[in-house]
Design a protein. Structure first.
Length: 277
């Protein structure tokens, strides 16, 4: 049985309360998860592939991390998770951000590890990770340059627009029906398909975290895509995206309504927005 400390919205520990993994967390209470981004001194980043027996098995993620055990502070948790999942031993971690995911009752503490370790020295954790790779800073730009017939969409678009709690486990793109992306694209990305006449609806250019422009659907098109694919992306991601969009000062409801009409999701969209707005 795995025990966790309970925290409030300010990441203050709630004395006398213990959470148990797998049990429902009360409203207004959070548990702590720590993620570590690993950057080599040569500028490349470490990606870890999740064990196929885990939730989202086989997908790649840009962090090592997990839940803080009872009694651990954020730094202690990050150091332990980094060591267990990668074999990297260090206490020199920099906290770079915190994200509160109310729908998950979770607060994520994000750390950065800069290392000069041998790149072939990474140790995989049985049952947690199955492979690793080092990638350049702007993998998104590299992917977009491989094909002029893909546009970043769904979970990756949510991430690029700041409407996602975490970096996607694998990048998602959309291609027009009848277009077959390269084997490299299909190996690295989850590919959705759309009728050619709707392929460029809402296409824009968005900056990656490294500052490079890549083709991506605008926020309203992304919400319509999420609604169309809600059974594939998962209820949690779907509802979180709608809630954050509804609260966003950047939302354009007139544009959303027009896209929804063209993509034939107006009825479903209306059902959810009537509750959220």
């Amino acid at each position: 049985m795995e025990l966790w400390d309970a925290y409030d919205r300010n990441l203050e520990k709630i004395e006398g309360m213990t959470l148990i993994r797998g049990e429902k967390i009360p409203e207004g209470v959070y548990h702590l998860v720590c993620d570590v981004i690993v950057r080599h001194t040569d500028g490349e980043y470490l990606l870890m592939q999740r064990d196929r027996r885990k939730h989202y098995g086989g997908m790649w993620e840009a962090t090592a991390g997990g839940s803080a055990l009872q009694g651990e502070n954020p730094l202690d948790c990050a150091i332990r998770e980094l060591r267990e999942e990668t074999g990297i031993h260090t206490e020199r971690l920099e906290e770079v951000g915190r994200v509160w995911a109310a729908g998950r009752n979770t607060v994520y503490c994000e750390f950065l590890c800069i290392t000069d370790c041998r790149k072939d020295s990474i140790i995989l954790q049985e049952g947690e990770t199955s492979a690793y790779q080092w990638v350049t800073q702007d993998e998104l730009l590299s992917i977009s340059r491989r094909s002029g017939k893909i546009i970043f969409s769904h979970e990756t678009a949510l991430f690029l627009h700041g409407i996602s709690d975490r970096t996607p486990f694998e990048h998602t793109v959309t291609a027009p029906s009848g277009c077959i992306p390269s084997a490299a694209i299909k190996a690295e990305c989850k590919v959705y398909y759309i009728k050619p006449e709707l392929f460029e609806l809402g296409k824009t250019m968005v900056q990656t975290p490294a500052g490079n422009p890549v083709p991506c659907y605008d926020l309203e098109r992304t919400i319509c895509d999420v609604i169309r694919s809600r059974n594939k992306i998962g209820t949690e991601t779907f509802l979180s995206a709608l809630k954050q969009y509804a609260a966003s000062p950047k939302k354009d409801l007139n544009r959303l309504d027009e896209y929804a009409r063209q993509m034939r999701v107006s009825g479903v969209l209306r059902q959810y927005l009537e509750v959220l707005l």
